[in-house]
Design a protein around this ligand. Sequence first.
Ligand code: ADP
Ligand code: MG
Length: 293
Amino acid sequence: SISPATLSAISNAARKGVLFKGGVHAENVSNVKAIALDKTGTLTNGKPVVTEVIIHPDFDREYIIAAAGAIENESTHPLAQAITAYSDKQLRSKPGIQVYDMKTISGNGVTAIVDNKKYEIGKPDFVGREAASKYLNGIAPELALQGQTIIFVKVDNKIVAVFALKDTIRNTTKKAIRDLKERGIQPIMLTGDNELTAKAVAEEAGIDQYIANCLPQEKLEHVKELRKKYHNIAMVGDGINDAPALATSNVGIAMGEGTDIALETSDIVLMKNDLSRITNTITLSRRMNRIIK
Ligand code: ADP
Ligand code: MG
């Protein structure tokens, strides 16, 4: 059964757009010592836009942008949607492109065949750091240091393009992180993005601890490790990739705009995607616990 104090805390939270899926979560969240946060869609708005495209001089700019756009059109990833939107906007008349055998490699990128050539689109480690070295020693770090995500396009083993994409941090993020730290709760960012981009975004958000290059299944492993270290941890996420980690944390918190699976797996839902509600919720739950005990 649920105590009147718990019920009151839960309905109070609901009015502020924080939905608890049960009384026990209100108790658990009050004891949280650390919070793992996904980057894209959680700390950031999750709506990246292409800011820059560098094309190898031996290749046709329009054709490469059209091909990348057509391939990414078959992916639902926010980065893919941004590349497709850029391609649609840039090219008034598009060369006819047939995409064959498109495959998604979770946490890495996509592959496909266009005009009998093999395309690989994704992060530096996916296309191979050696192939990408010219760019990795050149323009890419500069863009990554600004918090931009760098996506490489490789055609038949040659890097032909680099896309830089910028996602903006949510306007509630910095305050939320500051409030958590003030309450002695350690924030830790988990992301599939590269080291430099992760560092820049973490710094902007005010987060000192981050884990970059996290493959989807690794987020879960990191949450397990963090549980050992901090005993009671929450995880905040929005994506399909985050669901196992949400389920494994002591308290799983989903962004209201998140994917169905993240919403289903979580214990608490932030209806307004407002991270700063987490601290209000913790304060409220701590007060509730004092009343019960
Ligand atoms: P995050 O944890 O940042 O949401 P993911 O685990 O989904 O990211 O992906 C990790 C990285 O893999 C991305 O930062 C990107 O570099 C690359 N990637 C994933 N999906 C795609 C795609 N459809 N096209 C290009 N790159 C991709
Ligand atoms: Mg996300």
